[in-house]
Structures are given as structure tokens and as C-alpha cells.
Design a protein around this ligand. Structure first.
Ligand code: GLV
Length: 335
């Protein structure tokens, strides 16, 4: 009998086809994510769940799927999954590290440029018929990016990829992380600084940490007050890493110059959110990894991870490696 996989919502076809080669697929081909109740109703008999970052895989969901062996998420972030509980229950979690690194770093750099050089504001000015003077010496002045100081919070894959881009802009680069990365420091000639110091010296600050209990509101009023009034904050990681109320105050009162944000405490961002009225903020709708190639590769990679586990093999995108001790892979083999 083939293993059964529940796919929570529409994903690139390449992954659905791959799963269908080995599994019976319950494919909920809808863009909107399912409610928790709908998920629970559909996973009673499945061996695997294929989800995205919008579906919470908490204790209640995991417990409602007694045969569950693996959760594959089409995301690098796993903050929507109760990892400790999944591990305890012997449920493997596979995700998509590595394949979205360059695409997300591109967006972070793009937000730096767009915010500093007021690209979106300029576009809006033209579309709204407000471009009256052909060229004016003091019109739409922004901040240089080339040669400035970039502070990277979280020097994982994406943080390091951003640093490589910044090298091309002759930027001075520093980083803060809970783990030192002497290899990357040496490779890229970048400097480790404590968070407070990084906040004080950087012209651009880009966040690349996962959302955990420790990183929630890592950037709050105290941190924002340390930043330069000309500094620009970029967030392409997870919204709750920044305390949005404090950021709003910082942007309104000029503690910092601007922000480029791809992620928010509440997504989608409510249309009456005060960020929308601020000209010094560039907003994008959580599209860090959203290129055709990368989304296809992410979709495929999560599916490959699920198939590997169901084959009783260890996938290289396994997140909770300790699970192997709880439920050995050979006991899973179904394909
Ligand atoms: C996107 O935010 C991801 O975690 O892949």
C-alpha cells in the first residue's frame, strides 16, 4: 500500500507530480491555506503532511494524525511547527534550507537600495502626477549605499549571501550572531560586533535570524534608539523579530531614517496598518524566496525530503535530527 500524503494547499506542480510517483496524494489545490479544523479532518489517516509556513503544526494537529511520520514544509523557517513535540512523537520534519539563500539575499539587498534611494516613492510620485520639476538639485534626496556600513544580524546562509553582495558595493560589513563564524569573517573580511555596537555604527541593518523565543522582539525600542538617525532597517526574516509598535515610533519620530520590510507581525499586513502611511518605508508581501526557479526548487526539495523519510533514508534537509533516535528510519520504510 502506498503511503498517504496530505498537501495543504496549491504548490508548484513539479512537487505534486514527484509525490504522486510514490504516494497517494490528497491534494488540496487551493491558494488559501486551510483552517486548523480542515487540516485535522484530513490528516487522521495520513503518513505525511506537506505544508507551508501558514499552517500551524502544533501539538493538537500532530496528535490528530496517529500514523504521521513526516512533515515537509515548503519553507526554510520552521517556527510554525512545534519541533519539540514532533520530535517527541517521532515525527520527522524536513524543510528547504539552502535553496532560497541567494533569492532572499537579492530581496534584502533590493530593499536596502529601494529604501535608501527612495525608488518606490519616486515611482509613486510619477504615477500620481506629482513630478512637476524635470530635475531639481534638492529633489528626492536619499542615502548612498556604496561604501557605507552594513550590520548583519544573523550570519547564517542568507546573512552571508547578503555580505557577499555588499562586498560588491564596497561596504564595510559587521555582524552579530549567537555563534561566531571565523571562517566567514576571514573569507569576507567582516567583523564581529556585539549587538549594541553593531546598532550604533551601521548605516544599514539587515535581519537574518530565525524566529525563536530568544529572537522575538530582538529589535525593540532600546535597540532602535541606539541606531543612527540616518540608518535603514531591513527585515526579510520573520516579522515578530522586530517590535512593530516600537519601529513605528522610531520611523515617525526620526530615530531612524527608514525601513524595508518583507515580513510583519501580522500577515497579510492589514490595509489600515500605520506603516502604509509612512513614506520612509518600503513594503513587500513576504516574497523573499519568490522567484519562479526558487519556489519550484523549494517545492521539490520538501517533497524529496518526505519521500526519503518514507523510504527509510535520512534526507539532508532533515531539521530535527534527534528524531532518528526516537523513531529509527528503518522502522518507517514504506516505499
Ligand atoms: C520563508 O519565509 C521561508 O521560511 O521559507
Amino acid at each position: 500500500m502506498k503511503p498517504i500524503v496530505y498537501v495543504t494547499r496549491t504548490i508548484p506542480e513539479v512537487a505534486v507530480n514527484l509525490l504522486r510517483n510514490y504516494c497517494e496524494v490528497i491534494y488540496r489545490n487551493e491558494l488559501v491555506p486551510p483552517s486548523k479544523e480542515e487540516i485535522i479532518e484530513n490528516i487522521r489517516n495520513v503518513d505525511a503532511i506537506y505544508c507551508t509556513l501558514n499552517e500551524k503544526m502544533d501539538r493538537e494537529v500532530i496528535d490528530s494524525s496517529p500514523k504521521l511520520k513526516v512533515i515537509g514544509t515548503m519553507s526554510v523557517g520552521v517556527d510554525h511547527i512545534d519541533i519539540d513535540y514532533a520530535t517527541k512523537r517521532g515525527v520527522y520534519v524536513v524543510h528547504t534550507p539552502g535553496v532560497l539563500t541567494e533569492t532572499t539575499a537579492d530581496l534584502a539587498f533590493g530593499l536596502m537600495l529601494a529604501t535608501a534611494r527612495r525608488i518606490v516613492e519616486g515611482d509613486r510620485m510619477i504615477r500620481e502626477g506629482r513630478w512637476k520639476l524635470a530635475w531639481a538639485p534638492t529633489m528626492m534626496l536619499g542615502h548612498d549605499v556604496y561604501g557605507k556600513t552594513l550590520g548583519i544580524i544573523g550570519l547564517g546562509r542568507i546573512g552571508a549571501a547578503l555580505a557577499r553582495r555588499a562586498k560588491g558595493f564596497n561596504m564595510k560589513i559587521c555582524y552579530y550572531d549567537v555563534v561566531r563564524r571565523p571562517d566567514i569573517e576571514k573569507e569576507l573580511g567582516i567583523e564581529y560586533l556585539e549587538l549594541e555596537e553593531l546598532l550604533k555604527v551601521s548605516d544599514f541593518i539587515s535581519i537574518h535570524v530565525p524566529l525563536t523565543a530568544e529572537t522575538r522582539h530582538l529589535i525593540s525600542e532600546k535597540e532602535l534608539r541606539l541606531m543612527k538617525p540616518t540608518a535603514i532597517l531591513v527585515n526579510t526574516s520573520r516579522g515578530p523579530v522586530v517590535d512593530e509598535k516600537a519601529l513605528l515610533k522610531a520611523l515617525k519620530e526620526g530615530w531612524i531614517a527608514g525601513a524595508g520590510l518583507d515580513v510583519f507581525e501580522e500577515e497579510p499586513l492589514p490595509h489600515d496598518h500605520p506603516f502604509i502611511d509612512l513614506p520612509n518605508v518600503v513594503l513587500t508581501p513576504h516574497i523573499g524566496s519568490a522567484s519562479h526557479d526558487t519556489r519550484n526548487r523549494m517545492a521539490e526539495y520538501a517533497a524529496e525530503g518526505i519521500i526519503k523519510v518514507l523510504r527509510g533514508e535520512e534526507p539532508d534537509n532533515l531539521y530535527n535530527r534527534e528524531v532518528v533516535k526516537i523513531r529509527p528510519l528503518h522502522s518507517i520504510r514504506m516505499i
